[in-house]
Write a new protein. Structure first.
Length: 260
């Protein structure tokens, strides 16, 4: 079983993400990806009709995988995965702050527990939290329900404790390894399953300009864009965001949070 901190799960996540991107490249219809990545139901309702208002605490939200933005049709959702990390999360926060952009941080439970100061900085800056499990096991869709439950709910607890009581509003399965069970479990604990439309491929470290070009090319695929602030040297991610955030604004995009 993959443990976070090992290198193996990044490789598997690359493989999973590549699959998703291939689907995204094949069709630029957002709703066609409503069941991607890894979702059981490919219902086209992911972006609109199924949104329910988030009541505080553990009110149930939709179990459909979210891709759309609360900020409307011409907004993007910046999502930052796998942290927090003491080196890279502060740099990502700084770029976001410089550009006045709010993002969604999908955190690994034990890393949140190890760096509660960073979790609190993320919350204090107005960003939102997302549960990205305990172990970042990209094969968790093949595991027992008990295992999936533990991975999701323990991380929720760790992140909430680290934040000082602010709960994650979303659940993103590692590598998109959602199951119908995990989506409904997360939703019943107030966390909307969260997908992505554009994989920046930043963790492959292809070079800053390649990350920029990927996002510029694929942003028409849909609003939710995936970056990483942990799992290795993320200097290319930081540099790419420094270019991309002003570029997105120039293109007329605003920035929002994923729907719940
Ligand atoms: Zn991840």
């Amino acid at each position: 079983m993959a443990r976070h901190g090992g290198r193996g799960w990044y490789g598997r996540m690359v493989a999973a993400a590549v699959g998703v991107t291939a689907v995204a490249a094949a069709t630029s219809v957002w709703t066609a990806q409503a069941g991607q990545p890894g979702g059981g139901s490919a219902s086209a309702g992911g972006s609109t009709g199924s949104v329910r208002h988030a009541a505080p605490r553990t009110a149930t939200v939709s179990a459909d995988i979210a891709h759309a933005s609360e900020a409307g049709a011409h907004a993007v959702n910046i999502t930052i995965d796998d942290g927090p990390d003491p080196v890279w999360t502060p740099q990502v926060l700084q770029v976001l702050r410089e550009n006045g952009v709010k993002a969604t941080f999908c955190m690994i439970g034990p890393q949140a527990q190890a760096h509660p100061d960073l979790v609190r900085q993320v919350v204090a800056a107005g960003h939102r939290l997302c549960d990205h499990t305990v172990s970042h096991d990209t094969t968790m869709d093949k595991k027992s329900e008990a295992y999936q439950s533990q991975e999701i709910l323990k991380a929720q607890q760790q992140i909430t404790q680290a934040s000082g009581g602010v709960r994650p509003m979303y659940y993103r399965a590692p590598g998109g390894a959602f199951t119908p069970y995990s989506r409904h479990l997360a939703a019943s604990h107030g966390m909307r399953p969260l997908g992505w439309n554009v994989d920046s491929k930043d963790f492959e470290r292809p070079g800053t300009s390649a990350i920029v070009a990927t996002v510029q090319r694929e942003v028409a695929n849909g609003p939710t864009i995936l970056f990483h602030d942990a799992g290795g040297d993320r200097s290319q991610t930081v540099a790419a965001l420094r270019t991309l955030l002003p570029w997105l604004k120039q293109q007329g995009y605003s920035f929002g949070f994923p729907v719940r």
